[in-house]
Design a protein around this ligand. Structure first.
Ligand code: 5GP
Length: 189
């Protein structure tokens, strides 16, 4: 997706040679037009699948998931990183180690939102070590629903997430794949 790659080149900031800051269009300020184009691209890539729900994790996966859900006319569910007071005990949970925060979270969604008849597309903003996506996939499996694939906005291909998920048999579609950060520049695959 050239538009996304150009935006990463112009607006992305590399931190500690391992993290990409894209606060101006994805992680804090959100560019709705770009999010819609990303949603359209996910829909194009998964057009042969009958998707009934989109599953993401709060908070940065939500915007792009909503755009995708809007096009497909399916609900979007986001896993919580902390249990809200109003959520009951009837929840699916998975443990996820956060690469950016250096801590483990138990993510959860209420059981009522995933049924065995569902075909689920997982979407997230970044793929690094694959922890978040694997936790979401685990929740889909607990619900005995079908996982059609994992859509990622930015994959850092120099980290093991994509390989791990592909080896586990999941279809991973990443719209921008970063090979390396070289001399302060983003190098794509
Ligand atoms: P993983 O679970 O694959 O190790 O990491 C993915 C999660 O960590 C994403 O949900 C994202 O929030 C965060 N993350 C990982 N790497 C980056 C990065 O380079 N930049 C930003 N902004 N978030 C990242």
């Amino acid at each position: 997706m050239d538009l996304l790659k150009q935006r990463i080149q112009t607006d992305g900031l590399i931190l500690n040679n391992s993290l990409l800051k894209v606060d101006s269009f994805l992680n804090q300020q959100i560019d709705p037009e770009l999010m819609m184009k990303i949603g359209e691209e996910f829909v194009r890539r998964f057009k042969d699948e009958k998707i009934t729900k989109i599953l993401t994790i709060e908070s940065s996966g939500i915007a792009v998931s909503v755009m995708t859900g809007l096009i497909l006319k399916v609900p979007v569910i986001f896993a919580r990183k902390r249990k809200p007071k109003v959520t009951g005990d009837d929840v699916y949970t998975a443990k996820v180690y956060s690469y950016t925060k250096g801590e483990s979270n138990t993510i959860m969604i209420s059981k009522q939102f995933l049924q065995p008849e569902d075909s689920v597309l997982i979407i997230d903003d970044f793929l690094a070590n694959g922890e978040a996506a694997a936790g979401l996939a685990n929740i889909v499996e607990q619900a005995n629903a079908k996982l059609v694939g994992i859509g990622i906005v930015i994959e850092k291909s120099f980290q093991p997430g994509a390989q791990k998920l592909t080896a586990a048999g999941y279809r991973v579609e990443s719209l921008a794949r970063i090979k390396a950060f070289t001399n302060g520049q983003v190098e794509f695959m």
